[in-house]
Design a protein around this ligand. Structure first.
Ligand SMILES: [Zn+2]
Length: 379
């Protein structure tokens, strides 16, 4: 992927996180002096709205209900939520929020409706409810459907059309194997109420940039690319999962994203530093995404190891273009080697492809449970 690096971005060094926190404190201090932060006293029922088809909650009653203290600064239009040792920073007009200094990208921005700050349902369900959990919600999530944690997944069947990918000695084509497993996985996810976006659902050539574009416009939680391997050494065999290489610079990707994506941080308070700040926030998003991608890779490998009679090579990192470009946690699953006679035979079998999709599905489920436990641990 071609990255444009603004000269100013070279200034961004390792301690971006602490730099950002200092920024936030300085800005809050300035804003406090200029306009005064207000602790909003509320005693009112939960208010729910549907804005352009998305469920939104009024923030103040939501916080009130959970005993979270809320400070809203009208000048910077920033809300700070505190409870116990946790803090959340939200900004009107922004999709990006900071939860205990960790950046999280929401599918919809924080907004103002009828004069009140409103937050998307996703924020309530995936952040507030987990961080400041209630026993009832936790119990529901433990036993509840996967779609409570993961709403939408992009499934990318590698290759297609005039690009067959690897071809086995017996003529099994990678593009067909990938698409079949992708469709089976999509069916499984849909059966659990998870929305699926497929980069291709037929034997069609889709350029890599288009796959990345589809992914970044999908507002999905995860990206899963399905491929089959090949190697000159025909004895090589096994199942492996890739995440984006640590040699890919998050700062460079962040600088590119800050310049070219919708994340909007421009406002009176952030105006002068907006480009730098955006890059810092994107850098945090990429760092977070890589950590999540590693978790997901591990969960899928563990599941394959438990459920498939195949050697699991393990988790690896690589500079795959689709993975570099994705702005959400992204993994690439290499289901087996078509260059290996045994594995080509296995991949030819629809029963085995069904088992593969089942294993990947189980991995996603375990990943979701793991991220839930992390939330519970923090709460
Ligand atoms: Zn491939």
């Amino acid at each position: 992927m071609k990255l444009h690096i603004a000269n100013s971005m070279k200034m961004i060094k390792i301690k971006k996180l602490s730099k950002l926190i200092i920024y936030c404190y300085m800005l809050s201090a300035i804003c406090y002096m200029l306009s005064g932060c207000v602790t909003i006293p509320v005693k009112e029922p939960l208010r729910v709205y549907s804005l352009n088809g998305t469920i939104y909650y009024a923030l103040a009653p939501l916080c009130d209900l959970r005993g979270i203290s809320l400070k809203y600064d009208t000048f910077s239009r920033t809300a700070n939520l505190f409870k116990d040792s946790h803090s959340i920073t939200l900004k009107v007009g922004d999709n990006l929020i900071l939860v205990d200094q960790r950046a999280i990208l929401l599918n919809h921005p924080v907004d103002i409706y009828q004069g009140a700050v409103v937050v998307p349902g996703q924020f309530k369900e995936q952040t507030l409810d987990i961080l400041f959990k209630s026993a009832k919600i936790t119990a529901m999530r433990r036993t509840g459907p996967l779609s409570l944690v993961i709403k939408k997944v992009v499934i990318d069947a590698g290759h297609g059309g005039n690009d067959p990918g690897a071809i086995g000695r017996r003529g099994v084509r990678e593009k067909d194997v990938n698409l079949d497993i992708a469709k089976r996985l999509a069916n499984r996810l849909r059966a659990e109420g998870v929305q699926v976006v497929m980069t291709r659902s037929s034997d069609k050539f889709i350029p890599l940039e288009t796959r990345v574009h589809i992914t970044n416009n999908s507002k999905a939680d995860l990206f899963i690319s399905i491929h089959s391997n090949a190697n000159r050494t025909r004895s090589l065999h096994g199942f492996e999962v890739y995440y984006v290489s640590t040699s890919v610079s998050d700062s460079k990707r962040a600088a590119y994203s800050a310049k070219n994506t919708y994340l909007n941080l421009d406002s009176s308070c952030f105006a002068s530093q907006s480009q730098d700040l955006k890059a810092i926030l994107w850098d945090m998003v990429y760092t977070y995404n890589r950590a999540e991608s590693i978790e997901l890779s591990r969960a899928i490998c563990r599941s394959a190891d438990d459920n498939l009679a195949v050697m699991v090579i393990g988790v690896k990192n690589a500079r795959y273009q689709v993975l570099c470009g994705a702005q959400i946690p992204a993994v690439l699953v290499e289901v087996g080697f078509l260059s290996n006679q045994n594995e080509e035979q296995m991949l030819k079998s629809s029963d085995y492809r069904e088992k593969l999709s089942q294993s990947i599905m189980e991995g996603i489920r375990n990943y979701a449970r793991g991220s839930l436990n992390k939330g519970e641990g923090a709460g």
